[in-house]
Write a protein that binds this ligand. Structure first.
Ligand SMILES: Cc1cc2nc3c(=O)[nH]c(=O)nc-3n(C[C@H](O)[C@H](O)[C@H](O)COP(=O)(O)OP(=O)(O)OC[C@H]3O[C@@H](n4cnc5c(N)ncnc54)[C@H](O)[C@@H]3O)c2cc1C
Length: 388
């Protein structure tokens, strides 16, 4: 079957690219190996799809080249995606930190993309397994559903996270086959795990959530941290995980909105034990355990000012060294991917291979938590759709 454009992967980036490319009267086929489209969109944002963020700027993205994403982001803004939703009557709302979610469910986004694709006559082939790709004057894609030929080939196969949804290293493999560099990859936006010793130390805290500020490698995020039975999760931990490397300690400010030393001084004469006093500001179970681990059990009035200063410092700078991450199984995204130096930031086309494009998570552009990753998928898909 001959098409102008073949897109591999019917996720956020692939579908956006297909819709845009078809608007230019290109004939488009999307080849998807799963039995349905947009599986990651469906589970995103806890089922409500945090599809963009009003604060999209390049500094919300990690990449070996932090400038690469600027061009695509400047041509597809959050309001462009919102306009598409409004056209289809999909209701949405803004939550904290500029995050925008669907009112009803993520499936509405998938249906919207499907309706746009159907209306345009884009051919979506599900359960399509690719056995070989080669390039002559055009690309030849051999699959279990027959052979496809196209002038443009767009790789939109995503990263390695959530393997149960059918993610593969396919895009990275294709890049390597065509001599295109891939930067090292690792799980990101992922819970961190404790060493065996820390698992036993903090086991009883599982389920406790604290609003804290977490920092590592000159990055800091304010948000909830959640103790799990294996380590730490919650938005602030997921955010910092993208900047954390094995062996690093993370620094947790347990009471970021307060000056704990001044608080202690205001209770200088109190006969209350610190763990009971701290239970006013931190979850009781956590305050008790933390104090049992790090400080002597005695009333505030029995401490010297130097000791109180030390305790306050530790509460503002609690260091903990995670052992590793929960891995791709629980990571929202993959850090790293197709080396941006290999691609045109305007078109997403490979510099070495005319007609070959990469879009979405497969590229070495990784967003922070909050709708930035889906926005990158839309923006890079839109960019390639203007040229592929
Ligand atoms: C649990 C979870 C929640 C998330 N929540 C959010 C959120 O709320 N907001 C946000 O911005 N981001 C979120 N993300 C991240 C976001 O979903 C991804 O960054 C985004 O979907 C990437 O889009 P993509 O099109 O590049 O890749 P994908 O959405 O992964 O799509 C790739 C497609 O390619 C297909 N494919 C793979 N290999 C092949 C192959 N060999 N042949 C044919 N097809 C293939 C896959 O089946 C898939 O359909 C979340 C991720 C997870 C795991």
């Amino acid at each position: 079957m001959e098409k102008d454009v073949v897109i591999i992967g019917a996720g956020a980036a692939g579908l956006m690219c297909a819709i845009e490319s078809e608007k230019r009267n290109r004939s488009v086929a999307v080849l998807e190996h799963a039995e349905k489209i947009g599986k990651k969109i469906r589970i995103s944002g806890g089922g409500h799809c945090n599809f963009t963020n009003i604060n999209v700027t390049s500094d919300k993205y990690l990449s070996h080249n932090p400038h690469f994403c600027k061009s695509a982001l400047s041509r597809f803004a959050p309001h462009d995606f919102i306009a598409m939703l409004e056209k289809h009557g999909v209701k949405y709302h803004e939550k904290e930190l500029g995050q925008i979610f669907c009112n009803e469910s993520s499936a509405e986004i998938v249906n919207m993309l499907l309706n746009e694709s159907k209306k345009s006559g884009i051919e979506i082939r599900l359960n399509c397994h690719i056995s070989e790709i080669r390039k002559e004057d055009y690309f030849i894609i051999s699959t279990n559903l027959g052979e496809f030929q196209s002038k443009s080939l767009v790789i939109a196969t995503g990263g390695l996270s959530y393997p149960e949804l059918g993610t593969t290293g396919f895009g990275h493999g294709i890049a390597k086959k065509f001599g295109i560099r891939v930067t090292p990859v690792k799980p990101a936006l992922v819970p961190l795990t404790f060493s065996q010793k820390d698992i036993s130390t903090f086991a009883e805290l599982s389920g406790i959530s604290i609003n804290a500020s977490v920092s590592c490698n000159n990055k800091e995020f304010l948000g909830d941290i959640l103790f799990t039975h294996r380590g730490l999760s919650g938005p602030a931990i997921l955010q910092i995980s993208s900047y954390w490397n094995q062996g690093d300690a993370i620094n947790i400010n347990l009471l970021p909105a307060m000056n704990v030393y001044e608080l202690f001084l205001s209770k200088r004469e109190s006969k209350m034990e610190i763990k009971n006093f701290l239970s006013r500001y931190l979850p009781k179970r956590f305050a008790q355990r933390w104090c049992d681990l790090y400080i002597q059990a005695k009333p505030i009035c029995s401490y010297t000012e130097k000791e109180l200063k030390g305790i306050a410092h530790k509460l503002h700078n609690w260091e903990i060294k995670p052992k590793e991450t929960e891995g791709y199984k629980k990571a929202e995204v993959t850090l790293g991917g197709i080396d941006t130096g290999e691609l045109s930031s305007k078109t997403m086309e490979a510099k070495k291979v005319a007609g070959l494009y990469f879009i979405g998570e497969v590229i070495d552009v990784t967003g922070q938590l909050g709708g930035y990753n889906l926005h990158w998928a839309w923006a890079s898909g839109y960019a390639a759709g203007q040229y592929a």
